[in-house]
Design a protein around this ligand. Structure first.
Ligand SMILES: *[C@@H]1O[C@H](CO)[C@@H](O)[C@H](O)[C@H]1NC(C)=O
Ligand SMILES: *[C@@H]1O[C@H](CO)[C@@H](O)[C@H](O)[C@H]1NC(C)=O
Ligand SMILES: *[C@@H]1O[C@H](CO)[C@@H](O)[C@H](O)[C@H]1NC(C)=O
Ligand SMILES: *[C@@H]1O[C@H](CO)[C@@H](O)[C@H](O)[C@H]1NC(C)=O
Length: 269
């Protein structure tokens, strides 16, 4: 026999599944028609985006870098924007879908010239970036520099909105960080000196240590809602297979990513 508590529980879980389904549907459809179902009526929430090519909406177009760190040519962008926006995608990126769902405009790259409407947030991500300064050094905006830009922006917002309003905006905002893949990818594809100085565990600790510093930096400025996706098995990417024909790099990077994800899970508890 079902108890009352059980019923309540299954109702809650049904509701959760329903919302999750709606979320999926919203993520998969280009319209906004369903997005009001799960979201309570709410105040304005800004979105601050950090990380690598999974989240970069075009910052690299405004730095000195090489073609492999740029997505400013076709077929990038061809199925949604109809021109290459600097996103490493034929269409939108995950933060774009999240912005749509939150009824925000697409969040503009921080380096986009002449754009200063930061009350919706900003995108600091840079394709190729890692948590370690050494990852693609000189060709990307590393995570620490991204944090530096965020701090500059926080200062600007305080000046423009006043201390209290800026504080509320930063505290209510959602922070998305996609980072780590390039740190491990660098190990499996290049002759990194890091390999001579670090064991895999030490290397993972350095990546997580630097990511932690950035999270603390955001926290210190008032950020509270921070989301960081796990890393995918990079060794299985076509480019990783191509660069490491007998798959040694792939096996190595899968191991690093397993360590990273398990430590990260541990850390996020
Ligand atoms: C970009 O890099 C090139 C080659 O290293 C250099 O000549 C040029 O001055 C740099 N441009 C900027 C804006 O830093
Ligand atoms: C890696 O470094 C070793 C030793 O320094 C060198 O012999 C080898 O050619 C390098 N391999 C690549 C792909 O750069
Ligand atoms: C951050 O990375 C550097 C290497 O770039 C490393 O020496 C340092 O220990 C790391 N910091 C933390 C807190 O792990
Ligand atoms: C492939 O693996 C073998 C050992 O199993 C090694 O001798 C060889 O150098 C590797 N080749 C490449 C291109 O990594």
């Amino acid at each position: 026999m079902r108890t009352k508590a059980n019923e309540v529980y299954s109702m809650v879980s049904f509701r959760f599944h329903f919302c999750f389904l709606v979320l999926l549907v919203v993520f998969l459809t280009p319209t906004h028609s369903l997005s009001h179902i799960c979201l309570p009526k709410q105040q304005h929430v800004a979105l601050f985006i950090f990380g690598d090519s999974l989240f970069d909406a075009g910052n690299n177009d405004y730095i000195n870098t090489t073609t492999d760190n740029l997505a400013n040519y076709g077929p990038y962008g061809e199925t949604f924007f109809n021109y290459p926006t600097g996103r490493f995608s034929n269409g939108r990126l995950i933060p774009d879908f999240i912005a749509e769902f939150a009824k925000l405009p697409f969040i503009t790259p921080f380096l986009y010239p002449g754009y200063h409407q930061y009350t919706d947030g900003a995108n600091f991500a840079s394709a190729g970036a890692g948590a370690l300064v050494e990852t693609k050094q000189g060709l990307v905006i590393d995570l620490k520099t991204q944090l530096h830009y965020y701090k500059k922006l926080a200062k600007l917002l305080r000046r423009r909105l006043g201390h209290e309003e800026a504080k509320t905006l930063l505290a209510r905002a959602v922070y998305l960080i996609s980072i780590g893949s390039n740190d491990y990818f660098a190990l499996s594809t290049s002759n990194s000196s890091a390999l001579q100085t670090y064991s895999p565990e030490e290397y993972v600790d350095a990546v997580i240590g630097n990511l932690t510093s950035v999270i603390k930096g955001i926290y210190k400025k008032g950020g509270r809602k921070i989301a960081i996706p796990n890393l995918a098995p990079l060794g299985c990417l076509p480019i990783a297979r191509a660069l490491s024909p007998n798959n040694t790099g792939a096996r190595k990077s899968v191991r690093w990513i397993q360590i990273f994800n398990s430590r990260y899970l541990h850390y996020s508890k």
